[in-house]
Design a binder for this molecule. Sequence first.
Ligand code: MN
Length: 491
Amino acid sequence: MPLPWLKMPELWQSRSGCGILDLINYKENGGTRMRTLLKGGSVVSGGGARRLDLLVENEKVAALGRNLKEAADRVVDVSGCFLFPGFIDAHTHFDLEVAGTVTADDFASGSRAALRGGTTTVIDFACPDRGESLQSGLSRWHGKAEGKTFCDYGFHMTIDDWNESVRNELPDMFAQGISSFKMYMTYPAMMLGDRDLYWALKELKRLGGICGVHCENAGVIDGMIAEKKAAGALSPASHPATRPPWLEAEAVARLLRIAQTADCPVVIVHLTNGEALREVQRARRRGQTVYVETCPQYLLLDESLYNSKAFSDAARYVCAPPLREKGEQDVLWKALRHGDIQTVSTDHCAFTLEQKAMGLEDFTRIPGGLPGAETRGELIWSFGVARRKISAAQMCRLLSENPARLYGLFPRKGTLQPGGDADIVVYDPSGSRIIRGEDSVSAAGYSPYEGFATSGVIRQVWLRGCLSVEDGTVLEQPPHGRYLVRGKCSL
Ligand code: MN
């Protein structure tokens, strides 16, 4: 396989001398083993944290143990640090056309931002246009990602149309490693009606697939937007006003009754509020399997940000569902602590402030979405673990183990066990940094968490045994993220 960048080894050699070139050289020299020993850290799993040394051999975890004496080519002192299985972000949108523009982050900048944040696997959304085959949409997404993605990646498949040909294509999707799907109850270009949601879920039940659903009541939101427009209330403050939490809760309740009818488990993506969560709990009490995802923005930011005087200060937070009242944050943190919410992903969908300005005269034209892949790990540690709202083990479940199980990647991903991929986040709880948009890797050019002080920092990120981030810097390396063929849900 021709690798043009091999001609420039000095450029790709990482400071610590264990970059991808070392791995490739070792392989080319007759498969010699490259062994790295991470010594003195605490290895975190969903069950707790234990003082263990960790031996990496080429791309895999080879052994864990107290005071490992195994011979290694290199020993890395990680004492005082927590070693997490590489984080999985199961909700990103890179290189996506939205509202007449394209997200600021493509698979290159988006995946570098993700790596910076300890995310070694993203699951993005392949979104075929209506009328386009799933296969064609999937090929387009492979084209966007292949050869330019810096972390490992998979795709959920968006179902924005339901008919015989879509139904017939579904088994091919599973065969190509896609076991999870996405449906929308809002957005005219993508939403499905109740009948199609029902039929699609019924078919996914038969095939053993899992589906994430964006739950908001489209019709009433449309009506409220029309009223705001008629009244000339076109500023970003109208955005949360037209998408109230109870219209999310209504859609969650309706979806769950549809899922009950189809007898199919579902994932509620980006859940934002207690009313919606109560609908989930009701469904669980009647025996349904419901998984819930929330995002850092709903845990840490609130709707008062939409009232900023300057347009760009408010528009930067426009996303759907919108940020909620501050009181909802406690509800969500409690739900994380009690295990009512299974995953925290980001819904990373970045636009520059220049792009956000498309909606200067009309809030409905502001491209919706926030950058978040880069800061999730440090934020969840700082405002969750360090403040004793959740434990390190819970953080591991939310960011690594549960998404790996839910989306068919476990135990290759989501856990640090012999035989699994050596995707490792070395978290140093003693460090701290101030989050600044100007320091960020994402092409958004701003951070929604500007000025937030972290407790602890990500010191290193290893992707399949290759040191990829050190002290906040993504090391200069060619993109070597791999497409992940995923199996079925095991959560
Ligand atoms: Mn999304």
